[in-house]
Design a protein around this ligand. Structure first.
Ligand code: GDP
Length: 462
């Protein structure tokens, strides 16, 4: 049983209403000392899930009127008795109502305390709790859709199925270990290897999905590269969808933003070092090359802009060779032929070399904000083939991804042990490890430290 806690669940600031939430075994008792229904009953006599109008008191003085709802355990978000009091949305006023709940016996809730209680009381899995936070922090429509599905437990169900299979296989290996000479286990070595292989495939799909999950969720660190006047600022504006970068014909206009996020189709781009886009250290200026390389280092995706309205020059050649190096280092390169609205002067030979590097020839007009082909290309590269976007079975957070990768490594090693003819007891060690990692992914076995760390990122009142 946890302490009864309370917090203001609405944002700090003036507003139409503010909501004070109380949860814990004493929640209704606390609320009885703060909220007095106008119908003369006590809040504790009001049925669950019904709103009731009443006066809000602090130290016997009525300080506001509002509405309260009682959610009784276990049918509440936290799984405990919970009362929500809505009062008028004044900063001091909401603070006074909160203080009144403290005087009545509640203690201040920590960050994410309500969601943490929901997790601790078995109302939510860890991935569902994380999805609640992701939903609140969503920066794109796509992320909202995905997180909303995950709050319902889509990823949890997927992980449950994998855990179930893993447990079944482990049980079979135990039967083998305990009675190696008797033919107790109903899973033959061949079938065991096959099923471990199938499990590996499923885990790999989940692990690989993180690339898409991250693109939808956190965003892809991206830099825009190109020589001066190729149209980098214009491209950035077109992507950002508003005139936020300063576009001018005079090179060297700087902005001090380090990173801007932009939603392009279903994907979020984290445009890095946007300040440098128009400064004098443009990627291909001789003395700027080293700095540019560092800049490119930080990115996963490079949008390389070439001006099609001018014949190529040494700068374009230099950028092309820089891109070849970056590609070799594993970077995603999208070459853009900009200024498609003007007559093309870039030589076909150069165009085909640049297109070959990128795998596609994309023409855009940044100035006219005609960048649909870029949107399509980015969605194609980051989302196509990903399983689970529509069903919400997509991993979008780094912590889950790390545990899943470890689980995958362990399963892979189990499969290799089986393939090389080792007995099942050897594989069972790896399968045990995989089970531990997988259980951690969704919180069944997450340590207290991990759980506390996760909820510390929530805001108070959530
Ligand atoms: P940056 O130096 O690479 O950031 O280039 P800017 O975005 O400042 O663009 C340089 C010049 O090219 C500006 O005069 C833009 O208006 C122009 N420009 C950029 N994109 C296009 C385009 O698609 N078509 C045309 N016609 N002009 C463009």
């Amino acid at each position: 049983m946890y302490e009864t806690v309370s917090a203001i669940s609405t944002p700090h600031g003036k507003g139409g209403i503010a909501v004070i939430r109380i949860t814990g075994a004493e929640a209704i008792g606390v609320a009885d000392r703060v909220f007095f229904p106008k119908n003369g009953k006590k809040l504790s006599e009001i049925p669950s899930n019904l709103s009731v109008f009443g006066g809000i008191r602090k130290e016997d003085a009525e300080i506001d009127t509002g509405v309260a709802v009682v959610f009784r355990a276990p049918k509440s978000f936290t799984g405990e008795d919970t009362v929500e009091i809505s009062c008028h949305g004044g900063i001091l006023l909401a603070g006074s109502v909160l203080e009144s709940t403290f005087l009545a016996g509640a203690v201040p809730a920590g960050p994410g305390e309500f969601t943490k209680r929901a997790f601790l009381n078995g109302k939510l899995s860890l991935s569902q709790a994380e999805a609640v936070m992701e939903l609140i922090e969503a920066e794109s429509e796509e992320k909202i859709l995905l997180s909303a599905k995950k709050t319902k437990g889509s990823l949890t169900k997927k992980l449950d199925a994998l855990i179930g299979e893993l447990k079944y296989l482990l049980a079979s290996t135990y039967a083998f270990i305990d009675y190696p000479d008797e033919d107790l286990t109903d899973v033959t070595p061949e079938e065991m290897e096959k099923r471990v292989g199938a499990l590996e495939e499923k885990l790999k799909t989940l692990v690989d999905g993180y690339r898409s999950g991250k693109a939808i969720s956190e965003g892809i660190p991206t830099v825009i590269a190109g020589k001066p006047n190729s149209g980098k600022s214009s491209l950035m504006n077109a992507i950002l969808g508003e005139d936020r970068a300063i576009v001018s014909d005079i090179a060297g206009t700087t902005r001090d933003t380090i990173e801007e996020k932009a939603v392009i189709g279903k994907v979020i781009l984290r445009l890095c070092d946007t300040a440098g886009i128009r400064d004098s250290s443009d990627p291909i200026e001789a003395e700027g090359v080293r700095r540019a390389e560092r800049k490119l280092d930080a990115a996963e995706l490079i949008l390389a802009v070439f001006d099609t309205s001018r014949p190529e020059d040494a700068d374009d050649e230099r950028l092309l060779s820089l891109l070849a190096d970056e590609k070799a280092a594993g970077k995603e390169i999208v070459v853009l032929f900009n200024k498609s609205d003007l007559p093309a002067r870039l030589s076909p030979a150069f165009v085909s070399r640049a297109a070959a590097l990128s795998g596609t020839a994309i023409t855009v007009s940044a100035e006219k904000e005609e960048i649909a082909p870029l949107t399509e290309e980015i969605e194609k590269r980051y989302l196509s083939g990903a399983v689970g976007i529509d069903t919400g079975e997509l991993v979008t957070n780094a912590r889950q991804h790390a545990s899943l990768r470890q689980a995958l490594d362990a399963v892979r090693s189990a499969r290799e042990a089986l393939r090389s003819g080792m007995t099942q007891d050897v594989a069972s060690l790896d399968l045990e490890l995989a089970l531990a990692r997988l259980s951690e992914t969704d919180g069944r076995a997450a340590s207290e430290a991990v759980v506390n760390e996760i909820f510390s990122h929530f805001c108070v009142g959530k």
